[in-house]
Each structure stands twice: as structure tokens, then as C-alpha cells.
Design a protein around this ligand. Structure first.
Ligand code: SAH
Ligand code: DHB
Ligand code: MG
Length: 223
């Protein structure tokens, strides 16, 4: 895990934007609090990013969402809210404890019926999803070593037009400093290079600052 080093001004501005523009609901806040109380890491997306995910799900007209990395269900909650009532999100989580906390949060938010949590290593779960209807939207946010593997699975389980969002692609700038983080940064770099080179993908990447430090996300579209 990387330490979030956030300038006070970034956090103040994020709080302002969250209050004035984003308007998270009590269920979102409760999901964050529940994770802290359960001793889970505070590595969910920021509220403005969660709402971006919800809006991208809505704007893309997605009905089937795949998430890799559930934690307490904060990002799952935002995305599930962007789905129609018959829409579904499959979210992959390695730790049973995280999946249990997420289940309670998603049920309490009234979106539990849209969410299928699969416990286990995502590289074991993803092959079991082949042969189902294609996913329209994929959010990759788990162990960064496997980002390129997850990107490949997203393409295979998607269709032309599927939108893929990958979190944490800047990692406090460590992507440009080989050796500073020998597991996460090389995995992220491999995925970014794949986004730029794989003929199946068209992509961009955006840097962000805020409560989660200096980081960013990439968005790809399956050709
Ligand atoms: N998307 C969440 C945050 C996810 S944090 C949000 O924004 O609210 C990353 C999560 O990925 C953690 O819960 C961690 O347990 C899980 N994870 C790590 N390695 C994994 C793996 N190999 N397969 C599935 N989940 C994994
Ligand atoms: C970490 C993981 C994340 O998905 C994130 O958004 C921030 C940090 C981590 O493992 O440190
Ligand atoms: Mg993340």
C-alpha cells in the first residue's frame, strides 16, 4: 500500500466539490465509516470519483458491470445506482471479510439485488464468467500487479464499445521511478503500455489530486 500524501489545499478543494457539487448520500458515508470500523484500509475511491463512475455507467447505458476489487462496496454502490433496476454488477473480492462488509453496505443502500459478489482471487473467478452475456462496463481496482491480466480479461469478457476504467494508474508518480515500488508500479506500467499499444483498445489517462494523494485513472474503450 502506498501512503497517501495529500496537500491540505487538495483535500479542502475536494471537500468543497463534494459538498457543493457531488452530494453523496448517507449510505455512501456509512460504507466508508463501516470499513474504518472493521479495520479495513481507507482505499476506496473519493466521492467525486465514485460519482464519476455512476455517471459513466449511466452515460454508457450499461446493463452489465464487472468490478475487480470490492473492498466495502463503496464504488460498487455508486455503479449499482447507475444501473437500471434489472441491471447487474458482478464484483470480485479476494477477502471474505471485505465481501461480508460490502454485502451489508449494499443491502442497506437498497441496491443489494443488483450486486453479485464473487469471493476469491479474481484470476480464478474471471474465467468462470466467460460464456455469459458480455459486460458493458468494467472497473479494475484490485492488486496492481495483475492490472494487465485484468485488462485482458475485461476485453475478453466485453464487446466492441465496452468501457473500461482502471484506478490508481499514477501511484504517486512511482510509475516513472523503477525500483521505488517493485510490485505495484511495474504492474501499472505494463497495463498502461497495453492500453496504448493493444489494437483492441483505445485509451486515455487522467492524473488526479485529492484525499487519495496524487493518483489517477485510465479509461479505455474496446474497439
Ligand atoms: N473498488 C473499491 C476499492 C477496492 S480496494 C472502492 O473504490 O470502493 C482493493 C480490493 O481488492 C481489496 O478489497 C482487496 O482485498 C481486493 N483484492 C486484492 N487482490 C485481489 C485479487 N487477487 N482478487 C480479488 N480481489 C483482490
Ligand atoms: C491502494 C489500492 C487502491 O485501489 C487505491 O485506490 C489506493 C491504494 C493500495 O493498495 O495502497
Ligand atoms: Mg483504487
Amino acid at each position: 500500500m502506498i501512503e497517501h500524501v495529500a496537500e491540505p489545499g487538495w483535500v479542502d478543494v475536494e471537500r468543497y466539490l463534494t459538498d457543493v457539487v457531488v452530494h453523496p448520500e448517507p449510505a455512501h458515508q456509512r460504507a466508508v465509516t463501516s470499513a474504518l470500523e472493521a479495520g479495513m484500509p481507507a482505499i476506496e475511491v473519493a466521492p467525486n470519483a465514485g460519482k464519476l463512475l455512476r455517471m459513466l455507467v449511466q452515460m454508457s447505458g450499461a446493463r452489465r458491470v464487472l468490478e475487480i476489487g470490492t473492498l466495502a462496496g463503496f464504488s460498487s454502490m455508486w455503479m449499482a445506482q447507475g444501473l437500471p433496476d434489472d441491471g447487474r454488477i458482478v464484483t470480485c473480492e479476494y477477502l471474505r471479510k471485505h465481501a461480508d462488509v460490502a454485502r451489508a453496505n449494499l443491502d442497506a443502500a437498497g441496491v443489494g439485488h443488483k450486486v453479485d459478489i464473487r469471493v476469491g482471487a479474481a484470476l480464478d473467478t474471471l474465467p468462470t464468467l466467460a460464456g455469459q452475456e458480455a459486460f458493458d462496463f468494467v472497473f479494475i481496482d484490485a492488486d496492481k500487479e495483475n492490472d494487465a491480466n485484468y485488462l485482458d480479461w475485461a476485453v475478453r469478457l466485453g464487446r466492441p464499445g465496452t468501457v473500461i476504467v482502471m484506478d490508481n494508474v499514477i501511484w504517486d508518480g512511482a510509475i516513472l521511478e523503477p525500483g521505488r515500488d517493485e510490485t505495484n508500479a511495474p504492474g501499472i506500467v505494463k497495463a498502461l503500455e497495453m492500453m496504448g499499444q493493444d489494437p483492441r483498445l483505445d485509451a486515455t489517462a487522467i492524473q488526479t489530486v485529492g484525499s487519495k494523494g496524487w493518483d489517477g485513472f485510465a479509461i479505455a474503450r474496446v474497439r
